[in-house]
Every structure is written in C-alpha cells, then in structure tokens.
Ligand binder design. Structure first.
Ligand SMILES: [Fe+2]
Ligand SMILES: [Fe+2]
Length: 284
C-alpha cells in the first residue's frame, strides 16, 4: 500500500473519552467487523476478474485498505470500550456469516463484470458518505481523524471501480438493468451482513444466551445508532454518485429528485428508529 496512511498516522494520544457518543460507537463497532471482512470480497472479485492481472492487483490493494479500515476502527473501539475485543468479535462474525455467493463463486452474481462494478460503486458511495457523516458528526478527535482518512479512501475506491467499469470490453447493460443492479445492491444493505456484525459487535459471548440474534431488530438498532449522523448534503452527494455510476448526469432532474426522496426516507427512518436500539436495551 504505497503512500497509504497507516495506524501510526493516527494521533491516538488525542483520544478524549468524554467525547465518545455511545450510540455512535455501537455503529462503529459493527462497521469495524464488516470492513475487516474484506478478504472474502477480494477472493470473490478475483474470481470475477480472472485473467485480468491489472484489475486483480487493484483489487488486492483495495482489499488491503478495507482491512486496514477495520483495524483502525477496531482499535478505536477497544480504546473507547475496553470490554470490546475486536479479534474475538470478528471471529464470531466470520463464523456465523458467509454470503451464499462467496461459496464456490464462479463469475459475478450481478450477471456481468460491469454489473459487479456498478454494485461496488454503490457500496463505495454508501461508505464514502457514511464516513463523511461520521467525521462531521463525531466530536471525538481520534474518531474524527480516522473517519476523515477512511472517507477519502472510500471516495477513491468509488473512482477506482467507476474507472474500471469504463475500461471493460463487454457490452454495457441497458439503463434499466443498471438501475436494477444499483437498486438491488442498495436494498441488500438490509441483509444479514450489517445486522449480524451489529449483533456480534454489541452482544458479548456471555450475553448471547439471553439476547438471541434477530436480524430485523439488529438492523433497526444499527439504523437508530447510525442514521442520526447524516445530514442532507451527505445523502444528496451519495445519490449523485450512484446516479453517475449508472450513467445519469449528477445535475439531472431525476438525480436531484431522488436525492431529496432519499433524504426524506432517511429522516423518516431516523424518526421511526428513534430509541429502537432494543439490542442494547436487552444486553444492558
Ligand atoms: Fe472501507
Ligand atoms: Fe471502500
């Protein structure tokens, strides 16, 4: 990872316990496990891009950076909450979560390499806006620094997959197909990955007997912790980036309207999820 920041770049001495927001920390714990799990995605993407060594090099570099995001966030969480054991919770998460398409993956589950890259762009839009929102929302200096470094990486990752998409020789899928791939990937945010990471990160092994995994409850709990960080510009920017990935002009009417609609959905969800971290309430 040439010229990339390391864990030594972070000024850990600036940590200020009084500025830790407990709900925000619960969301960060979940994010640390998901980020650290990038190895599986690297192996899957290497299958999808078999025979293209330049892309495989770029994917390996990308995966190394994602794993480092997990490391940095995990270390911060261990400092902020000494009961959190990053490697232990990660092992539990990894044991219980294996998406079907990572098992015997042969080709892209999105139907084409371009489809796969559209899905990657959607994820990097989400992480780029998520860490920007975290950087802007947190008052804890070390977390602010980490979130800023990660947000810049995630934006660069979006550019990487966007540029790779335009370098593919295959036929570009029709617009409605691209829209469907992007919408499917957005909706997959509610799948097991984030919910189960939230569970492993916030329910200790000793608590698992009394607090059972409930995907919906964990997803709502994550929403309750994370969604209040967002402000309108974060969502509008993410929508413009997704629009661009599927070939829409970021300034177009449909993109602007979608940005407003997404913002209303987030506001509604934040309101609906208010106080809904029932996972934390049961584990407390
Ligand atoms: Fe990341
Ligand atoms: Fe990324």
């Amino acid at each position: 990872m040439r010229n990339h920041w390391t864990l030594d770049t972070i000024d850990w001495s600036k940590f200020d316990r009084s500025k830790v927001d407990p709900a925000m920390m619960r969301a960060v714990k979940a994010a640390s496990l998901v980020e650290y799990n990038a190895r599986d995605y690297v192996e899957y993407l290497k299958q999808v891009f078999k025979g293209d060594p330049d892309t495989i090099d770029a994917i390996e570099q990308w995966g190394g950076e994602e794993t480092q995001h997990g490391d940095a966030l995990g270390r911060w969480c261990e400092i902020a909450d000494p009961t959190f054991n990053f490697k232990r919770e990660f092992a539990r998460f990894r044991q219980g979560y294996t998406p079907a398409h990572f098992v015997n993956a042969d080709g892209s589950v999105r139907g084409s390499r371009i489809g796969e890259l559209i899905a990657r762009c959607v994820v990097e839009c989400g992480t780029s806006s998520g860490y920007t929102a975290l950087r802007d929302a947190t008052e804890e200096p070390v977390l602010k620094q980490i979130a800023g470094l990660i947000a810049a990486d995630e934006f660069r990752h979006y550019r990487l997959f966007y540029d790779l998409m335009h370098r593919q020789q295959e036929q570009l899928p029709a617009f409605w197909e691209r829209l469907k791939i992007a919408a499917t990937r957005v909706s997959e945010a509610e799948d097991d990955e984030l919910s189960y990471a939230f569970y492993c990160a916030n329910v200790t092994p000793e608590q698992t007997a009394s607090v059972k995994y409930d995907r919906k409850a964990c997803f709502n709990a994550y929403q309750a912790c994370a969604m209040r960080m967002y402000r309108r510009p974060h969502i509008e920017r993410a929508t413009a980036m997704i629009g661009r990935a599927i070939g829409l002009h970021p300034e177009s009417y449909v993109v602007k309207l979608s940005g407003r609609a997404f913002w209303e959905v987030i506001r509604w969800r934040t309101w609906a999820a208010g106080g809904a971290d029932t996972v934390h309430q049961k584990a407390a």
